[in-house]
Design a protein around this ligand. Structure first.
Ligand SMILES: Nc1ncnc2c1ncn2[C@@H]1O[C@H](COP(=O)(O)OP(=O)(O)OP(=O)(O)O)[C@@H](O)[C@H]1O
Ligand SMILES: [Mg+2]
Length: 113
């Protein structure tokens, strides 16, 4: 099992969701996030008040999946989020130790799917 954590531009969330849906991936968690990458947030257009630490608004998407879905999932995120410009985002793939569905007590792959 893997946990995919992706940071994307907020305006790309809908496109990413559509691309994930095309691959049958519907279970996800999405939160607002502040962050910066290798430009330190300083070369992207920024529509807010300048702050000393220039953290930009991103969306954080978390998707827990069985191993065979990793490529499908990351490719769908890339298709939805990529413009070719700096700040398009980043995807982290983590090993996931367990998943438990609280209602049934199912564990691991059974609980994720
Ligand atoms: N090493 C990192 N650790 C944690 N979060 C990161 C890291 N790199 C990027 N992020 C998160 O991903 C978001 C998007 O990063 P971004 O796309 O700007 O990456 P980048 O490495 O600067 O690539 P690019 O040069 O294409 O802009 C950041 O705002 C931040 O939230
Ligand atoms: Mg960047």
């Amino acid at each position: 099992m893997k946990l995919i954590i992706a940071y994307i531009q907020p305006e790309k969330l809908n496109e990413v969701k559509q691309e994930l849906l095309k691959e049958g991936i519907m279970k996800m968690s999405v939160t607002n996030s502040l962050g910066c990458g290798q430009q330190g947030g300083y070369k992207e257009s920024y529509r807010g008040v300048e702050t000393e630490v220039n953290l930009l608004q991103k969306m954080r998407i978390e998707i827990a999946i069985n191993d065979e879905f990793v490529d499908k999932t990351t490719n769908a995120i890339i298709r939805g989020a990529k413009t070719g410009n700096i700040g398009d985002g980043k995807i982290f793939v983590l090993d996931l130790v367990n998943c438990i569905r609280i209602r049934t007590g199912e564990n691991g792959s059974d609980a994720i799917g």
